[in-house]
Write a protein that binds this ligand. Structure first.
Ligand SMILES: [Zn+2]
Length: 171
């Protein structure tokens, strides 16, 4: 079943963990409607702008699947409002900045991206039809102690971040 021109329900619900563990990952009617909105407002415009396939690495997660993978049951993934994705050959930073500048999203996270590898990490983006979208743009990274941190996105942070990851200190 297609949710929009280029996105199917199958790719939005596919999960290796669900398959392996036999966990059902079937959205309710409301969650499926949310997935349609996410495709229409976020994923399909991205597909049309970059003219390349958008690879969904994680879309819908049923509550049972959230528990199995250690994701919060309150995650927007569990409501059909969020997806993780990337486009082969496009830097995830370029992708996230495009979304921020051109689309009406709720929350956008550039996840674990580092400048030395444009394909590193992934982009998380959500759309919420029920409230005013927050347009909250964050970056997720690991600090020096290996803890996951979320900061408001600032492109300049990556100058320092990539220097730390690359082992060479910034001047
Ligand atoms: Zn996500």
């Amino acid at each position: 079943m297609q949710l929009s021109k280029n996105f199917s329900l199958r790719e939005m619900t596919k999960s290796q963990t669900a398959t392996r563990k036999g966990i059902p990952n079937k959205p309710t009617g409301t969650h499926q409607s949310n997935l349609v909105l996410l495709c229409q407002h976020i994923l399909q415009p991205i597909r049309e702008h970059f003219k390349k396939p958008v690879r969904i690495t994680s879309g819908y997660r049923s509550a049972e699947l959230c528990v199995a993978i250690g994701s919060s049951v309150n995650s927007q993934h569990a409501k059909g409002q969020a997806a993780d994705f990337e486009i082969t050959g496009i830097s995830n930073q370029v992708l996230a900045e495009y979304i921020n500048e051109n689309l009406n999203y709720d929350q956008l996270i550039l996840e674990f991206w580092n400048k030395s590898d444009p394909n590193s990490g992934w982009v998380h983006c959500s759309f919420n039809n029920n409230v005013e979208n927050r347009k909250q743009f964050l970056r997720a990274y690991r600090n020096n102690e290996g803890k996951v941190k979320y900061d408001v996105y600032n492109a300049e942070d990556y100058v320092t971040e990539s220097d730390i990851i690359g082992g060479a200190k910034a001047k």
